[in-house]
Design a protein around this ligand. Structure first.
Ligand code: ATP
Length: 457
């Protein structure tokens, strides 16, 4: 499975899903750019999340806050003081690590927590116990606003989208006339000064998050956390992620973040290098920590007056927090398959197929004239431009038809529509389905309806 990641990385580059960032200058370490197919897949994923979490529900609304918030926000939220990772360096090979990552890898291998880093071998050079005393290293990326670069002009790039939700809680609650239990969702870029970015788009310093803060009455928080855990699991499986590659990881009490009462992560079997499982998303009970901290620091009332009960309380918050890049990587890994398909002579050959849910597929339909021909091409082009009103369509008339099918299979296109010489007589086309490779003749006046029923969402 370790090579599966390499396969996805090279397919991504070759087909235009993800490119290394600034490659013409030799690249920017651990940063990636999304290409024409990648941006479609990523946007489809975000759209599905937004539908499921926001617009299909009456109890969740969305916002889009700034990336740079008032610095006080990060003081009050605890990020300036505690959002740091313990950094250590191997004194033999000078490779840097997060001490907690070294400990976790040791635990996974030996079934117990190491007494100290003296017991741990360097994953790079293999030397034992050569680590410097871990030092805290801030995970916040900062910049300066305005003409001066002193401590007064410092501004932080958000490490999570959640705080923009908490600072807007009272306004959103009032303007949208919602009462707890209700949620506020946001998607957008977040930034973290990760010590050990890597594993392709799994961990980068700039990344996108999809977060929702669900505000509930204290005492009802535990059941709502169960509810959201189930919802989030179902979101992934309903879009085709296989349950055998997913599991829950319950954070041990002593390792919970400063704001959390309970956190459970959905993990996916990413299978990078030494570790099999990696966090896909976290579902945390943030209690009333954030609203209370902002109320105290700002002097503004962020509590809620419960008319029915005649009492005032500060809502507890359940937060499902997902990463767009990680989700995209998981869906690609899960969908990637190799099977066999007949070639032009009817002989079975290996084919690569990305079995993505059609809702996620970057290209929904490929229109393929059987050959480059003055009669077929215009007909096929006309069909492509008609279908383009509804879907992202690829038009391809280069090379043998079998090769063109393979190109579409590899990027997960659910349907190929072939315009052939019979089309000129019977006004019908051949529709080929990606997974079964079954072909069906559909008349041109019905093709839109045919595709529409199969390309829902
Ligand atoms: P990790 O333990 O992997 O560093 P985390 O527990 O710090 O992750 P959260 O703060 O819970 O992550 O963030 C919520 C989600 O945001 C994660 O589940 C992940 O999908 C995504 N995420 C967090 N950090 C990164 C990153 N550096 N690169 C890409 N995605 C990230």
């Amino acid at each position: 499975a370790a090579d599966k990641i390499d396969t996805i990385v090279s397919l991504s580059k070759r087909r235009g899903f993800v490119y290394p960032c600034s490659e013409i200058y030799g690249g920017q370490k651990a940063a990636w750019d999304y290409g024409p197919l990648g941006v479609e897949l990523k946007e489809n994923l975000k759209r599905q999340w937004w539908r499921y979490m926001v617009t299909s529900r009456e109890d969740v609304v969305g916002i889009d806050s700034s990336v740079i918030l008032a610095s006080e926000v990060w003081q009050a939220s605890g990020h300036v003081a505690t959002f740091s990772d313990p950094l250590t360096e191997c004194t033999s090979c000078h490779k840097r690590y997060r001490a907690d990552h070294l400990e976790e890898a040791f635990e996974a291998k030996h079934g117990r927590v190491p007494e100290s880093l003296a017991e741990v071998n360097c994953p790079n050079c293999g030397n034992k116990g050569q680590f410097t005393e871990p030092k805290n290293f801030s995970g916040l990326l900062s910049t300066h606003l305005g003409p001066t670069q002193d401590s007064g002009s410092i501004a932080y790039l958000r490490p999570e989208t959640a705080q923009g939700i908490f600072t807007n809680f009272a306004q959103v609650q009032q303007t949208s006339r919602r009462k707890p239990p209700f949620g506020i969702a946001q998607m957008g870029k977040s930034f973290r000064n990760e010590i050990t970015p890597g594993n392709f788009i799994f961990r980068t310093r700039e990344f996108e998050q999809m977060e929702m803060e669900f505000f509930v009455k204290p005492g009802e928080d535990e059941q709502w956390q169960e509810y959201w855990m189930e919802q989030r699991w179902n979101w992934y499986t309903s879009l085709g992620l296989r349950e055998e590659n997913m599991r829950w990881f319950e954070h041990p009490k002593e390792k919970l973040s400063h704001y959390s009462k309970r956190t459970a992560d959905i993990e996916y079997r990413f299978s990078f290098g030494g570790s099999e499982w990696g966090e896909l998303e976290g579902v945390a009970n943030r209690t009333d920590f954030d609203l209370s901290a902002h109320a105290e620091a700002s002097g503004k009332d962020l509590s809620y007056f419960d008319q029915e009960a005649g009492e005032r309380w500060t809502p507890y918050v359940i937060e499902p927090a997902a990463g767009v890049g990680r989700a995209m990587l998981a869906f690609m890994l899960d969908a990637y398959a190799e099977d066999e398909a007949p070639n032009a002579k009817g002989k079975l050959e290996k084919r690569v197929v990305m079995r993505l849910d059609p809702r996620l597929s970057p290209v929904k339909v490929a229109v393929l004239p059987l050959s480059r021909n003055p009669e077929l091409s215009p007909k096929a082009k006309g069909l492509a431009s008609a279908l383009r009103q509804n879907w992202n369509i690829d038009f391809d008339d280069a090379g043998a038809i079998g090769k063109r099918y393979r190109r579409q299979d590899e990027i997960g296109t659910p349907f190929c529509v072939t315009v052939d010489f019979d089309t000129l007589d019977d006004n019908a086309v051949t529709v080929r389905e990606r997974d079964t490779m079954k072909q069906e003749r559909v008349s041109l006046d019905q093709i839109e309806g045919y595709l529409a029923t199969r390309l829902i969402g």
